[in-house]
Design a protein around this ligand. Structure first.
Ligand code: URA
Length: 189
């Protein structure tokens, strides 16, 4: 297992799949490296690729606003990253071989951070973290326990930008995460 700084260097050098060819920056992840709460998305978009930081575009800003309202902050009490650390062209869904090539990095991140709670944002994270056959529409909002991690899937914040009607359920899911956090860990520091 690599430390977080070692892992970030390894990701920067990575050429394990075709996504390295078009990247401007790798997007390893960011936040509290000892967070008890981790969010996992799909892959960087254009803004993330340009800045090398996860969830900094419109969807990410929406997510941050919602989380800040629950007293969760990247620099204080959560960590956020993606299944794939490089941007797929035109924001297409990562292919299976791309996700498989990148998953060891995510596993290493989870092993370093050791979160108690993992939130999968959208279908891709749900597929690779919870179950290959899982359908987000069927399992969102439910808690799963896997290897001691409490895992919940909810909509990807980009889906809320396309369909406002999902916002209410997304907010309920995040409030549910907050309740679980308070019960397991205590009031956010
Ligand atoms: N969408 C994602 O899944 N991840 C990001 O970092 C940005 C947008």
């Amino acid at each position: 297992m690599l430390s977080m700084p070692e892992l970030i260097k390894e990701i920067e050098r990575c050429r394990k799949c075709r996504l390295h060819q078009n990247r401007t920056n790798t997007v390893p992840g960011e936040g509290d490296p000892q967070a008890k709460l981790m969010f996992i998305g799909e892959a960087p978009g254009a803004d993330e690729d340009r800045l090398g930081r996860p969830f900094v575009g419109k969807a990410g800003q929406l997510l941050d606003r919602a989380l800040n309202a629950l007293d969760f902050y990247r620099d204080m009490n959560f960590y956020i990253c993606n299944i794939c650390k490089c941007r797929p062209e035109n924001n297409r869904t990562p292919m299976e071989d791309e996700a498989e090539a990148c998953l060891p990095y995510l596993r290493n991140q989870v092993a370093v951070v050791k979160p108690r709670i993992i939130v999968c944002l959208g279908a891709t994270a749900t597929k690779y973290v919870i179950d290959r056959e899982a359908r987000i529409t069927q399992i969102r909002g439910q808690w799963f326990e896997k290897k001691g991690y409490h895992i919940l899937a909810t909509f990807h914040p980009a889906a809320l930008l396309r369909d406002e009607s999902k916002k209410r359920i997304f907010w309920q899911d995040l409030q549910n995460v907050k309740k679980k956090y308070d019960a397991l860990i205590g009031i956010p520091k």
